[in-house]
Design a protein around this ligand. Structure first.
Ligand SMILES: Nc1ncnc2c1ncn2[C@@H]1O[C@H](COP(=O)(O)OP(=O)(O)OP(=O)(O)O)[C@@H](O)[C@H]1O
Ligand SMILES: [Mg+2]
Length: 233
């Protein structure tokens, strides 16, 4: 097994003077390639902030993040953006789709930014939308789709390029139970195909397919808890 993520002593502080606050207090974390890791903890514990450091959306105040053996601290802004585009996929609770674009176009967008040719893009977009159970929705704009469908489009957009790591911050937060289950099962299917996934969730049920679940308290990972083992409600 090789490491997808190795974070050492991650500290993230914000503000100065009286407003200075240390949100992440020195986190060490290793995630193997192919793992599906859940991140839980109370609101304000620092889950999103940690995920931003691991996924290069933010820079730690102190500490280092290596992704698949590559140090990331030395990357400048342009290189980080390129690295994210090439290697990392993101899913957010609000889907973050472009409202004017169809499902197909939303999924194609990052592939166009990567400079893929038309045929390769078409093949990847069609295969990915099919895999996520959206074969008839290619020409729909997000407002014509349910929340669950929009989230599956956003998963398709994140994974069509076959990223090394998929980051999901509360991907089910705005969804009803049935749609949430669909999203979790889509992630599980990707995980079975070898996708490395880091997912923040407030619902223990949704850790059912995780290999490990880490619990955060006040800026630190304080324990590992058992993944959920029942039927997802
Ligand atoms: N840019 C910032 N400036 C100041 N404080 C911040 C900033 N970003 C996050 N924080 C603070 O850091 C703490 C952790 O925030 P974070 O969003 O990581 O928590 P979380 O565990 O993801 O919570 P939730 O479950 O509500 O999403 C919070 O107290 C938040 O107010
Ligand atoms: Mg959060």
């Amino acid at each position: 097994m090789s490491l997808a993520i190795e974070a050492k002593n991650i500290v993230r502080s914000f503000g100065t003077g009286e407003l200075h606050v240390t949100v992440l207090k020195g986190i060490d974390l290793k995630i193997e390639q192919g793992e599906f890791v859940g991140l839980m903890g109370k609101s304000g514990a620092g889950k999103s902030t940690l995920m931003y450091q691991l996924s290069l959306l933010d820079r730690p105040t102190d500490g280092t993040v290596e992704l698949f053996g590559k140090a990331t601290a030395g990357l400048n802004h342009v290189e980080r953006t390129r690295f994210r585009l090439e290697h990392l996929g993101y899913i957010f609770q609000d889907y973050a789709l472009v409202p004017e674009l169809t499902a197909y176009e939303n999924v194609a967008l990052p592939l166009m930014m990567l400079g893929w040719d038309e045929n390769r893009i078409q093949k990847a977009v069609c295969e990915t939308l099919d895999k996520l159970g959206l074969p008839e929705k290619w020409n729909s704009v997000p407002s014509k789709l349910s929340g669950g469908q929009q989230q599956r489009v956003s998963i398709a957009r994140a994974v069509a390029k076959n990223p090394e790591i998929l980051f999901a911050d509360e991907p089910t937060a705005n969804l009803d139970n049935a749609s949430s289950k669909d999203v979790i099962e889509a992630l599980q299917q990707l995980h079975e195909e070898g996708q490395t996934i880091v997912m923040v969730t407030h619902e223990h049920d949704y850790t059912k397919y995780c290999n490990r679940v880490l619990w955060m308290d006040d800026g630190l990972i304080t324990k590992e808890i058992e993944p959920f083992s029942g039927e997802i409600q």
